[in-house]
Ligand binder design. Structure first.
Ligand code: DUT
Ligand code: MG
Length: 242
């Protein structure tokens, strides 16, 4: 399996088992290594479903999804997952410590690597302020940290794994706009090789993306850069103005 993390969707359709209507229809796009692809669209448009096909949380009903030139259905699941860092829409933390939560998926990471990931994820300050820093306990469900802190720990966990493909599902929504901006600037600076896919609600989180896919009812209705879409896409204009 080549190490390049290019993600390609080719005429992908997906229907949830037992459902009548497809949730994704005719989805085709290429997300290249070293670039950021943003996905925006109203609630229920199919964004989370779309990204869930990359690590095979679901399989496409028709069409193909490939990572690094290999159809995900033909890749070995363990090696596929090793190359994908997915920050879920509802981040979860395990009972344990800050450090054990960050190491989940890459047990051998050094403390220095954890701090580097936290610095990018804008979590360094609050973890340093905790009484036992990386050894601070996390209660079941992560109830000892705030929603925004949980989001940042979840982002740092994905970075620690150094994946070829980094997927953020609405991961910046619990952050204030200044923290969001600092985090994206740090990602741009420090994560240069990965294929980054960002699902966002807020347009400010994706203005710099190399390509933006606008989704509506399971379809990509428009695509382009922020400035292109401002001129060509009524759907995008509507999202921007709300
Ligand atoms: N859906 C199901 N079963 C599931 C998950 C979702 O039928 O297990 C439906 C709900 C919705 C559509 O699929 O009609 C798309 O859901 P998805 O969660 O992919 O939408 P989203 O774009 O991620 O919405 P949000 O912005 O609220 O996260
Ligand atoms: Mg979603």
């Amino acid at each position: 399996v080549p190490r390049t993390g290019e993600v390609v969707f080719d005429k992908v359709t997906f229907t949830y088992p037992g459902a009548e209507q497809p949730v994704l229809a005719d989805i085709s796009f290429t997300a290249r290594r070293g670039t950021t692809t943003a996905i925006i669209g109203s609630t229920g448009a199919g964004k989370t479903t779309l990204i869930s096909l990359i690590p095979r949380l679901h399989d496409a009903t028709s069409g193909t999804v490939s990572v690094g030139g290999v159809d995900v259905r033909e890749a070995q699941l363990e090696s596929l997952w090793a190359r994908i860092g997915l920050v879920p829409q509802r981040p979860y933390l395990f009972a344990g410590t800050v450090g054990s939560n960050l190491r989940y998926g890459r047990e051998e990471a050094t403390d220095e690597e954890l701090w580097d990931a936290l610095a990018i994820a804008q979590g360094e300050d609050f973890v340093r302020a905790m009484p036992e820093t990386l050894d601070s306990p996390i209660a079941q469900g992560g109830t000892t940290v705030s929603g925004g802190q949980r989001q940042r720990l979840s982002i740092a966990r994905a970075l620690v794994r150094q994946p070829d493909v980094l997927i953020f599902d609405d991961s910046f929504s619990a952050l204030d706009t200044a923290t969001d901006a600092r985090l994206r600037a740090a990602l741009d600076r420090e994560v240069t090789d990965a294929t980054v896919i960002v699902v966002a609600q807020r347009v400010s989180s994706i203005v710099d993306a190399d390509q933006i896919l606008v989704m509506e009812d399971g379809r990509i209705v428009d695509r382009g850069t922020h400035s292109e879409l401002l001129q060509t896409s009524p759907t995008y204009q509507e999202i921007v103005s709300t």
